[in-house]
Design a protein around this ligand. Structure first.
Ligand code: HEC
Length: 126
């Protein structure tokens, strides 16, 4: 998120004389950016993923049942893919039996947004 980096850098320059303040300011900016990214991921999930995976990630939607989507709250399902695989699937989509099952979101989301979505998916585990 370039905006956050910018805020962080300005804060650093302003407070360079006081090392302690710099650390506090950097932490503060980091916390702000982190919560913004997490909130964004929730919105992105609800708007782009929930139609198939369900808001709760269980996949109990009409499309989800048709496509045989696995329950993302299940620890076994979560263990069946790595973060890198999940990120790749979100970016490139999933094709099975020559048919596109999950849409590719690589054009829609930045790498950071994809990362935040993977973290969100991990948080669905029960
Ligand atoms: C058109 C329906 C559809 C949409 C929309 C969709 N998915 Fe999927 N997703 C699937 C299907 C089908 C699978 C493969 C079956 C399974 O493993 O559950 C899948 C699998 C996954 C997996 C498991 C990856 C793996 O390797 O098994 C993750 C993580 C995931 N989706 C995340 C997302 C995220 C994040 C979004 C929104 C940005 C999203 N999906 C949007 C249908 C969809």
């Amino acid at each position: 998120m370039p905006g956050c980096l910018l805020i962080g850098n300005i804060m650093k320059i302003k407070t360079q004389a006081l090392l302690k303040t710099t650390v506090v300011a950097a932490l503060f900016a980091g916390a702000l950016c982190w919560s913004a990214a997490a909130g964004e991921a929730t919105q992105n999930w609800d708007a782009n993923c929930a139609a198939c995976h369900g808001k709760d990630g269980k996949g109990q939607t009409k499309i989800g049942q048709k496509l045989g989507i696995k329950d993302l709250t299940d620890a076994k399902v979560q263990a069946s893919f790595t973060d890198a695989e999940a990120a790749k699937d979100i970016k490139e989509g999933i094709t099975a039996d020559g048919r596109k099952k999950m849409k590719a979101f690589g054009d829609k989301f930045s790498d950071d947004e994809v990362k935040a979505l993977v973290a969100y998916v991990r948080g669905l585990k029960q």
